[in-house]
Design a protein around this ligand. Structure first.
Ligand code: GLC
Length: 446
């Protein structure tokens, strides 16, 4: 009897592994679709990749000054003062972090921006920054924006569980400025507004000029790269630009083979049908995918002898962090209140975590390969990929699995692609954006 269950369980896991697999063959196909969507997106046609010009180019590494940086994009709102020394070094000299109440993420937009302005007031008071100096503000807003200049941008749609009303379709820098005015903060100049991937690319380039891709693998996932102005056909005015950073919004890529669990996660989300790649790859969702697999295996009596803990029937009760600890060999079960769990069940859950995370990292590696080959089809140059986010930084084995698919795709040439962890692209990087913007060097004309 026991053996029969073990066999069925192993068959289930084998099927799961095959449904979640991304072979090098699949990866090549994905890259083809990716290129097609990049092309259509740049031309303004129908595409799952938004290809959004950021109205900034890469830094020279000589930018200097002190900037006020704001960072909104996940569960926290951060405020920093960042000093750039003009020799490729950047440091945050004051930092405050505020947890965004869940009610504000889905409430009224004005309250969200008031919350940020209140945070800035508290920051000025607690770090004793006077009202005399005017600060150049760099705002990292990690959502898709339509920009016509580096200092403003219209939110296209919320992602990552945000749904605050009255913000989509509006200029977020104007909303922030109005909120700051309401709170009497007048000594702040709105200088730069950018996506977190752009900050990450800028921070990577500030140290290493070979850097040409900025990637986030955290709560959400996305990337940006420097594009030639003439290839951005949807905006002919950019034709004379030698270089323009383009935010792909790759989280919305929709040509991946998905499982029934992905469909369930998507259906239950507040943006169903959108951000399909993100929902298969990023930290916000991996735990939930695994939880749904566990739920199904329990329903078939392949886990917990059919009587799973009620905790695991709650949406998002299993976080990606749990999978990460599991991969590190830590016991997550006691913390989750699961005391009498059998060795076989532990092993099965560990296996589920591996299957879900491996697919994520192989898709991430494939997406990187797609953008690199878009820029350099024969892979003749070196590319440093600046990457930030907890998945890449902390998930055991994640980086290695990304490298594995890159090696499968490019053989020896894979050595030309260097994955590099860049710390705090959204804080430090945004200050670099503000410095480049303030210097007037961007976007450069031919
Ligand atoms: C989501 C956002 C995107 C951001 C990414 C990483 O995909 O839409 O703008 O860059 O998360 O934070």
């Amino acid at each position: 009897m026991g053996n029969m269950i073990a066999d069925t369980r192993n068959n289930f896991l084998a099927r799961l592994e095959s449904v979640f697999s991304v072979t090098s063959e699949d990866a090549r196909e994905i890259i083809g679709h990716f290129h097609q969507d990049m092309r259509h997106g740049l031309a303004g046609g129908a595409s799952s990749l938004k290809m959004l010009p950021a109205f900034i180019c890469r830094p020279k590494g000589t930018e200097a000054g002190s900037f006020l940086a704001l960072d909104l994009g996940g569960t926290h709102f951060r405020i920093l003062v960042v000093d750039l020394d003009g020799r490729g070094r950047a440091a945050a000299t004051a930092v405050s972090k505020f947890t965004i109440p869940q009610a504000l993420m889905g409430g009224n937009g004005e309250s969200l921006f008031n919350f940020m302005a209140d945070g800035i007031r508290t920051f000025f008071d607690s770090h004793k920054l006077g009202d005399k100096q005017v600060y150049d503000l760099a705002f990292t807003f990690s959502f898709p924006m339509e920009q016509q200049a580096v200092s403003s941008g219209i939110l296209i749609e919320w992602t990552k569980g945000f749904s605050a009303i009255g913000v989509a379709g509006r200029d977020v820098m104007a909303l922030l400025t109005q909120a700051m005015t309401r709170k009497g903060l007048r000594h702040v100049r709105a200088t730069a507004l950018a996506n977190d991937t752009v900050g990450t690319l800028m921070a990577g380039c500030y140290e290493d000029p070979a850097c040409d891709l900025g990637v986030i693998l955290g709560t959400g996932t996305n990337a940006c790269y420097p594009e030639q102005g003439e290839r951005i056909r949807k905006n002919p005015a950019l034709g004379a630009c030698r270089e323009m950073i383009v935010n792909l919004e790759w989280g919305n890529f929709d040509k991946l083979k998905s499982s029934v669990y992905d469909q369930q996660v998507d259906n239950a989300s507040c943006n169903a049908g959108r951000q399909r790649l993100e929902k298969m790859v990023s930290g916000m969702y991996m735990g939930e995918i695994a939880r749904r697999i566990i739920e199904e295996m329990t329903a078939h009596s392949l886990l917990f002898a059919g009587h799973g803990p009620s905790l695991l029937t709650r949406e998002y009760a299993l976080a990606t962090e749990h999978l990460s600890w599991l991969a590190a060999g830590t016991d997550i079960f006691t913390g989750l209140g699961l005391i009498d769990i059998s060795a076989a069940d532990r092993q099965t859950i560990r296996e589920i975590g591996r299957i879900v995370s491996e697919r994520s990292s192989r898709i991430a590696g494939t997406a990187i390969a797609a953008v690199v080959t878009w820029m350099d089809p024969a892979l003749v140059m070196n590319h440093t990929i600046a990457i930030d986010g907890a998945l890449f930084e902390k998930f055991p084995g994640y980086e290695n699995a990304m490298k594995a698919i890159i090696r499968e795709l490019f053989g020896n040439n894979a050595a030309r692609i260097k994955l590099k962890h860049v710390r705090d692209g959204s804080g430090i990087g945004s200050a670099i954006i503000a410095a480049v913007a303030a210097s007037g060097q961007c976007p450069p004309r031919l």
